[in-house]
Design a protein around this ligand. Structure first.
Ligand code: NAD
Length: 296
């Protein structure tokens, strides 16, 4: 597992590239957007600076890590020498199926193909390749260099060998892998998203305000972040799309997204990335201030 190709250089892709490169793998980071690749390298460099400042790594480690990362805009070029491909492109079924067909055609026959998808079926992705036993979910958490968990998801045909290799590789990156099976939302989002949805229903029904709901969950359940703040951090559009995967996959009304969440996404209130969700993020203040709509 020397050569790792990471497809998608966004929030997750740059973190995944960072972690592999820091652990002495040769990383090829691939994105259709040259600007995204440039931004990813700048982000990785800033994150490494922060680690040097905190003395978790030495300045020479930073240089070594950056030297292990190469960037390209072509999948064909980027995966041709890969031992492992980790796909972290935009969460869209059609796009991922197309990317996996391409990778399958260009990556060496022995390469393992992993996806960082939050909710799309690993079995469905594997079915468009000719190597379903070598396709697996490798679900890193955000921010990747900090979060310990990797949810390792076995598709219907994923082999024991592929699973063992990915579990061991995750451990060698200093992560704690957990093996789960491929059903909608896997484990992380199957449990997290209904909780977030219930918090939004609690707000929608006027049971309590934004700050009150998050305070109950932070102080009462020892969660580091309340569910509404976490939803803003993940992105409300992402939360909505995962709930729809759960609703479609299980066909049960309990997964139906709260109408308030649907309205907010339609209105472009996507959380931290758009400047407003349940809280305001464009004020420049570090204090968490509920969005004007939810002021009490
Ligand atoms: P993002 O929007 O930040 O980045 C996606 C990147 O993919 C963009 O840079 C885009 O240019 C690139 N891309 C799009 N089409 C491509 C193609 N055909 N070839 C190469 N690159 C392409 O998204 P993200 O938040 O980093 O999410 C990536 C994946 O990780 C998704 O599957 C998502 O569900 C999953 N994930 C996200 C989080 C999170 O908190 N953001 C957490 C866990 C898993």
């Amino acid at each position: 597992m020397k050569n790792i190709s990471v497809i998608g250089a966004g929030t997750m892709g740059n973190g995944i590239a960072h972690v592999f490169a820091q652990h002495q793998h040769q990383v090829t980071l691939i994105d259709v957007s040259a600007a995204a690749l440039e931004k990813a390298l700048a982000t990785i460099s800033n994150n490494l600076d922060r680690m040097v400042k905190k003395e978790t790594i030495q300045p020479a480690d930073k240089e070594r890590t950056l030297a292990n990362i190469h960037t390209v805009t072509s999948i064909e070029e980027g995966v041709k020498n890969a031992d492992l491909v980790v796909e972290a492109a935009t969460e869209n079924v059609g796009l991922k199926l197309k990317i996996f067909q391409e990778i399958d055609g260009f990556a060496p026959a022995k390469a393992i193909l992993a996806t960082n998808t939050s909710s799309i079926s690993i079995t469905q992705i594997a079915a468009v390749t000719k190597r379903a036993s070598q396709v697996i979910g490798m679900h890193f958490m955000n921010p990747v260099p900090v979060m310990k968990l990797v949810e390792v998801i076995r598709g219907f045909d994923t082999s024991d060998d592929t699973t063992r290799i990915i579990m061991e590789l995750s451990q060698s990156l200093g992560k704690i892998p957990v093996e789960v099976n491929d059903y909608p939302g896997f484990v992380a989002n199957r449990i997290l998203m209904p909780m977030i949805n219930e918090a939004i229903y609690t707000l929608y029904e006027g049971v309590a305000g934004v700050t009150e709901i998050d305070t109950v969950m932070k102080l009462g359940m020892a969660h580091p972040m309340g569910p509404l703040q976490l939803a803003d951090f993940i992105g409300l559009d992402v939360c909505l799309s995962i709930l729809r995967v759960l609703q479609a996959g299980f066909g049960q009304p309990k997964y139906a997204p709260c109408p308030l969440l649907v309205n907010m996404v339609t209105a472009g209130k996507l959380g931290a990335k758009s400047g407003e969700g349940f809280y305001q993020y464009s004020t420049g203040s570090k204090e968490l201030i509920p969005a004007p709509k939810f002021a009490r």
